[in-house]
Design a protein around this ligand. Structure first.
Ligand code: THU
Length: 160
């Protein structure tokens, strides 16, 4: 038996002003996309924006349902929209922002496990890393240069 240490790497930005112009613009689009979230139950709004290789930005936001599990997260709405409209276009970057009606989220809000799994499928498919940026409503932003940094020991098609 042996113990294995798994390391991951993130970059922490103090606020949106520290981002490159490209990343700042993408985050601002994600913030804007958050406004159209349909979140009457959780009152927790999430916006996501994907930058494709052809320069297109595809957005998504969470869409809830009275039958709670039938709702969907912003990241999956965005990635499925991107893959259905631009199946062969590589995804370069993803920006995510979340807001709650009960508190001002001033720490980065990480994508949930289900979204990490879904997003990882497309990073593996395109054989190029997706840079991920996530924040709350204000304050720090976490960036990682590969989606898989957020999902060590991932399940993928190699097991099938
Ligand atoms: N949500 C997202 O949109 N993305 C995540 O990664 C985490 C959670 C949404 C789902 C639900 O509409 C609300 O946030 C509260 O969980």
């Amino acid at each position: 038996m042996k113990k294995v240490e798994i390391k991951t790497q993130i970059t922490v930005f103090d606020d949106i002003q520290e981002l490159s112009d490209l990343a700042k613009n993408l985050m601002n689009v994600a913030i804007e996309a958050k406004q159209n979230a349909y979140a009457p139950y959780s009152k927790f709004k999430v916006g996501a924006a994907l930058l494709l290789e052809n320069g297109t930005i595809v957005t998504g936001n969470n869409q809830e349902n009275a039958a709670y599990p039938s709702g969907m997260c912003a990241e999956r709405v965005a990635i499925w929209k991107a893959s259905s409209e631009f199946p062969n276009e590589k995804i370069l970057k993803l920006a995510i922002s979340a807001s709650s009606s009960s508190q001002i989220l001033n720490e980065p809000v990480a994508p949930c496990g289900g979204c990490r799994q879904t997003l990882s499928e497309y990073e593996l498919k395109q054989k190029d890393k997706i840079e991920v940026y996530f924040m709350g409503e204000i304050g720090k932003i976490i960036m990682t240069d590969s989606l898989l940094n957020l999902l060590p020991i991932a399940f993928d098609k190699s097991f099938l």
